[in-house]
Design a protein around this ligand. Structure first.
Ligand SMILES: Cc1cc2nc3c(=O)[nH]c(=O)nc-3n(C[C@H](O)[C@H](O)[C@H](O)COP(=O)(O)OP(=O)(O)OC[C@H]3O[C@@H](n4cnc5c(N)ncnc54)[C@H](O)[C@@H]3O)c2cc1C
Length: 337
């Protein structure tokens, strides 16, 4: 049911052939006139190439699959071969940048293959919105290859972003269509100040939810959405949060859906040394828990840790709570010898 609704919403976001041509005209592509950049036949060929399921319109998933950085220089020009002016219309990366991207992709594959051999998951972190589309693209490409049997590669979704729910829905639908397993790590998001400052400075809409409460509501919605997919198809979810309410809500929803604690589909994650009381409590109840360990020289990891400390709203409450729990435990042990 949930999956049908999601598909319905995605199906609503589609464009027909005429609108596609109108769009090309709007961005300055001209058909069959003196400063030709694309003939109608060529535009038709491009439309057919994007319309993978041959439904005579393009939906959001077909469109995002089409937008690979290499496409402009390879596939597209197979459909529309001549004239250097054509490159200027579509190309995004230059040759050097494409080479760098290729190298990055090779390194990622080395890591992914190793993860697969070792039967461990590889979680790809999310960064600022102005890098994220590239990261998500590369991660999806890896999921297509390595998540055929089970979710090895997990993408990260930041619930402070207004479009995070839609992104999860779209990626989940893509996984269903292309028959690979969906895997997600869900966080609130770490770059709120930077995102807001940049949006203000460059005068575009703030991509972040207006306040903490809306972010929390969205966090729960996203977790619920993915839990349904866990139940439906064996997707994997990592609830990466120090927020006890988010953890409680997840456990409650798992109970309602009869998802077992240790069945290897839902995981929790906290940073080492932070909110250990939550990790231990989860462990005691048979849940799978990751502790993130920052690895590297002090100068490498200190900025990371100080950022985490600044972002964690409830961190100090957590420290006080943790200290009082430790005292109680010490007293108990002392009393009981
Ligand atoms: C294991 C692990 C992995 C992580 N990986 C990533 C990652 O890949 N990418 C990444 O970006 N972050 C990552 N984080 C950090 C994460 O996004 C949060 O910054 C951090 O965990 C604090 O959120 P919380 O849910 O733990 O706690 P809380 O204290 O409940 O939430 C604090 C968070 O709420 C949000 N928030 C606070 N005030 C507002 C406001 N006014 N409006 C809107 N939202 C607000 C912010 O996201 C803030 O970080 C990771 C965290 C953990 C534990």
């Amino acid at each position: 049911m949930a999956s049908k609704c999601a598909e319905g919403r995605i199906m609503n976001r589609r464009i027909a052939r005429d609108s596609f041509f109108d769009g090309l005209l709007k961005i300055g592509v001209r058909f069959s006139i003196s400063m030709v950049t694309l003939t109608e036949k060529e535009a038709d060929a491009i439309f057919d190439m994007i319309d993978i399921n041959k439904s005579s319109d393009i939906d959001i998933i077909e469109w995002s699959q089409f937008l690979t950085p290499q496409l402009e220089l390879t596939k597209l020009f197979q459909a529309s071969p001549k004239g250097s002016s054509r490159k200027a219309v579509i190309s995004v990366l230059n040759d050097r940048e494409l080479e760098q991207m290729d190298n990055m992709r090779k390194r990622l594959h080395t890591l992914a293959k190793r993860a697969m051999e070792q039967n461990v998951r590889l979680m790809v972190d999310a960064e600022q919105t102005y890098f994220q589309p590239a990261i998500s693209r590369l991660t999806l490409d890896m999921q297509r290859l390595y998540n055929k049997e089970k979710p090895i590669i997990l993408n990260t979704y930041q619930c402070y972003l207004k479009d995070s729910y839609n992104c999860v829905e779209t990626d989940m639908e893509l996984a269903r269509r292309e028959r690979f397993k969906f895997g997600a790590k869900v966080v609130r998001g770490a770059y709120m100040e930077q995102e807001r400052a940049r949006a203000q400075e460059m005068n575009y809409e703030d991509p972040i939810h207006p306040d903490y409460e809306v972010t929390c509501e969205n966090y729960d919605r996203v977790v619920n959405l993915i839990l349904n997919e866990v139940k439906r198809s064996g997707a994997n979810l990592v609830v990466a949060s120090h927020n006890e309410e988010s953890v409680r809500n997840t456990l409650q929803r798992m109970k309602e859906l009869s998802i077992l604690h240790g069945e290897g589909t839902v995981y929790f994650a906290q940073l080492l040394g932070m909110c250990d009381q939550v990790s231990f409590m989860l462990g005691r109840h048979g849940c799978n828990v990751y502790k993130y360990v920052p690895y590297g020289s002090v100068s490498d990891v200190l900025p990371y840790l100080s950022r985490r400390a600044a972002e964690n709203r409830g961190l100090l409450d957590g420290v006080f709570k943790e200290r009082s729990l430790l005292w109680s435990e010490l007293k108990r042990r002392f009393r009981e010898g």
